[in-house]
Ligand binder design. Sequence first.
Ligand code: TGC
Ligand code: FAD
Length: 392
Amino acid sequence: MKTDLFQAPDYYNIDDLLSDEHKMVRNAARDWVKREISPIIEEAAQKAEFPKSIISGLAEIGAFGPYIPQEYGGAGLDQISYGLIMQEIERGDSGVRSTASVQSSLVMYPIWKYGTEEQRKKFLPKLATGEWMGSFGLTEPDHGSNPSGMTTNFKDKGDHYLLNGAKMWISNSPFCDVAVVWAKNEEGRIHGLLVERGMEGFTTPETHNKWSLRASATGELIFQDVKVPKDNLLPNKSGLGAPLGCLDSARYGISWGAIGAAMDCYDTALRYAKERIQFDKPIAGYQLQQKKLAEMITEITKAQLLAFRLGQLKNEGKATTAQISMAKRNNVDMAINIAREARQILGGMGITGEYSIMRHMMNLESVITYEGTHDIHLLITGADITGIPAFK
Ligand code: TGC
Ligand code: FAD
């Protein structure tokens, strides 16, 4: 079994900015990833299987609903703790972080924020322990970046709603117990519905042959005349702003998560460069390799500061959608560039499963696309600074 030698880079002593609770939460997640993820993740990714055995461990480190109040089974932590947990999990694998992001920010968050007290009590405690797993259905075959065009719809049938349509590219769909599904009512207004496994006409086929996020299960959500009880509508927010509000929370988590993937690539490349001898000296002694490593640690440090400040703003309830977009876009781009450079430092070894870098690199191709593509986040920043949306 491979030994996980990871040492977290902290070039600007960002640890000094963290509280004791932040460090405790972060260290628990870090230790768990070393113990439970590093030994199994390469095989899971090679086999393209989500390792379900890790669900209870994710719940124990507080990865399911870190900031959801304890009365609903959440960990009641602040936003920086949430970010640190995502960072550590993604240091292990972006696919595992995806599972945690979806469960926390895309399933528990809307039930907590937009649901009734009965819905909170019924779903949140079981989602917090991982007894139930959730998925989030916004994207459709013909509506990805433009979710407002969705065609999934429901009709009021008196004592229930009748749901029809299809969602695709849905993380956790193949094994989810409940799906938060965004669909239009007869007036064309978007609402969230809680669709539970076992409802007749609801199926969740898995999407195969991915070269990215192989340790995360992705699939479709298909609704053919599904009778959804009226109690399963999230009543407290409607319109596109409802799903976009969830995305704010998940994108924030990704801005931290991507730092974890980048840290792992940098740490691996630095260690390798110091050990690998070519032309009679370690390749770390050559300026070309030092340039790569020096630029990596510079970019990681900038991303850490961006995420930390955003976390402070989130804690104060002041973080804007556009600020979150900037951090998601910058930090994922930073991570994918570092993964590519780090892979080169490892030469041929970089393409093997002996090292985590190629897996991170392939995973990040999804991360740079989901939760709003790299281009869409740039357009969100552009619209924010100019006041002129350029989406259409
Ligand atoms: P637009 O006209 O800008 O906005 C429509 C309405 O929504 C309001 N709004 C928000 N409300 C709350 N929070 C936000 N972040 C909001 N952003 C916008 C807005 O004020 C407006 O309200 P109202 O009352 O005026 O109607 O909408 P648009 O149709 O022009 O689209 C804008 C755009 C392109 C930025 C947006 O639709 C977008 O973000 N597209 C990207 C789609 C996306 O991110 N999909 C993600 C799917 S989920 C996923 O990928 C999970 S991966 C999970 C994992 O494995 O980790
Ligand atoms: P498109 O929207 O078709 O975009 C294609 C290209 O066109 C992109 O480069 C985009 O930037 C560009 N483009 C689009 N519009 C514009 C514009 N106005 N101006 C300039 N360029 C533009 N969705 C969910 O709802 N739930 C999930 O759990 C989920 N999990 C996912 C897991 C994985 C592994 C993946 C890959 C995706 C997942 N998604 C999920 C879907 C994801 O959010 C979408 O893939 C993403 O929003 C982009 O949509 P699209 O793939 O349809 O691309």
